[in-house]
Design a protein around this ligand. Structure first.
Ligand SMILES: NC(=O)C1=CN([C@@H]2O[C@H](COP(=O)(O)OP(=O)(O)OC[C@H]3O[C@@H](n4cnc5c(N)ncnc54)[C@H](O)[C@@H]3O)[C@@H](O)[C@H]2O)[C@@H](O)CC1
Ligand SMILES: Nc1ncnc2c1ncn2[C@@H]1O[C@H](COP(=O)(O)OP(=O)(O)O)[C@@H](O)[C@H]1O
Length: 283
């Protein structure tokens, strides 16, 4: 079952990411055709970050999104979400079946061997995967073990602190060169967050997003970005395209949201941002 593309990704000759064009889903689509995504939860009392990720993935257009975690964590999620499905984590991740088009892990996951093991299991499943936050920091002392298993349909979304933990030998003074080198060394698409977000692919492609706002510097903002990338990946886009589309949409949320923006409010702005990307019904 193939997913239909949901966006046209636009990058200028100067490698600047421009507003993506949103395509209307075909009339005969269904939720699985729009793409199924799985977001891995943190433990009880650390569930907020993954919930933001799941909510953003659903709002950006994945047809269904499942939060996966321990039973206690799922009880917390159940008190907050309705449209998002909840599944208990199993040791060998049998729940990640062939219908799952993308997964994300890291926000609130905890820096631990459990997080490392889950990442390794997910990599073996071969599902397009996004690693953020604690999923990156958990490999601080063994980045080579992670890089060995990465490929160009994996997205890493570090902020500068996480970047420095995973790539201690790469100088962040020139962020574009840093992202390009990190993509080359890791074998994955690297989305380096900041006022100017840089997206680099292991084959040398590079794009920057300047459409953003300092109001985005608020707790949980990166978790929403993770959901936007994961939800876009689930809709069948390649990792590089999904990362580029998502960081423009995320930046636009900051521009539209302005003062008082919180990560909870960011999720509610996604339909508004998407509506402005709509291609007047040409699906
Ligand atoms: N609502 C929630 O439940 C939230 C949970 N969060 C989770 O909290 C955990 C810790 O995340 P943090 O990002 O705070 O912590 P980190 O564990 O990444 O550490 C933050 C440290 O990194 C350094 N750093 C360097 N450059 C930085 C940059 N550009 N941005 C931020 N820090 C930088 C700073 O020294 C800072 O003390 C993660 O699991 C994260 O997903 C956060 O995403 C915030 C919201
Ligand atoms: N000054 C800024 N201007 C524009 N965007 C910013 C700025 N500061 C942070 N951001 C964006 O906000 C998000 C913050 O993500 P992150 O650091 O992971 O925070 P959190 O872990 O709290 O979610 C990133 O997408 C980053 O690009």
């Amino acid at each position: 079952m193939l997913c239909s593309m949901s966006f046209l990704c636009t990058i200028s000759d100067e490698r600047v990411i421009e507003r993506p064009v949103l395509l209307v889903p075909p009339a005969d689509t269904h939720k699985y055709a729009r793409g199924s995504a799985m977001v891995f939860s943190g433990p009880a009392l650390h569930t907020g970050a993954s919930r933001l990720t799941a909510q953003a993935a659903l709002a950006v257009g994945a047809g269904l999104v499942t939060l996966v975690g321990e039973r206690d964590a799922l009880h917390e999620h159940a008190a907050h979400v309705t449209a998002i499905m909840l599944r208990e984590e199993d040791a060998h991740l049998a729940i990640v079946d062939e219908r799952v088009r993308a997964a994300a892990i890291g926000p609130g996951a905890g820096v631990s061997s459990h997080t490392r093991d889950t990442v390794m299991h997910l990599l073996k499943k071969g599902v397009p995967l996004l690693l953020d936050a604690d999923a990156l920091t958990s490999f601080e002392n063994c980045p080579a073990k992670l890089f060995e298993h990465l490929h160009d349909q994996i997205v890493l979304t570090p902020h500068e602190g996480e970047f420095a933990r995973l790539f201690p030998a790469i100088d962040l003074a020139d962020r574009r060169t840093a992202a390009r080198l990190a993509a080359e060394v890791s074998g994955a698409v690297v989305l380096l967050k900041g006022p100017e977000t840089v997206v680099a692919a292991p084959d040398g492609r590079l794009a920057v997003n300047r459409h953003a706002s300092p109001w985005l510097a608020t707790a949980g903002s990166g978790d929403v970005l993770t959901g936007l990338v994961c939800g876009t990946l689930a809709q069948g886009h390649t990792a590089f395209e999904a990362a580029c589309i998502a960081c423009w949409l995320h930046g636009d949320i900051g521009v539209q949201g302005g003062p008082g923006l919180t990560a909870d409010h960011m999720v509610g702005l996604i339909p508004l941002v998407l509506a402005e990307c709509l291609s007047e019904g040409k699906g």
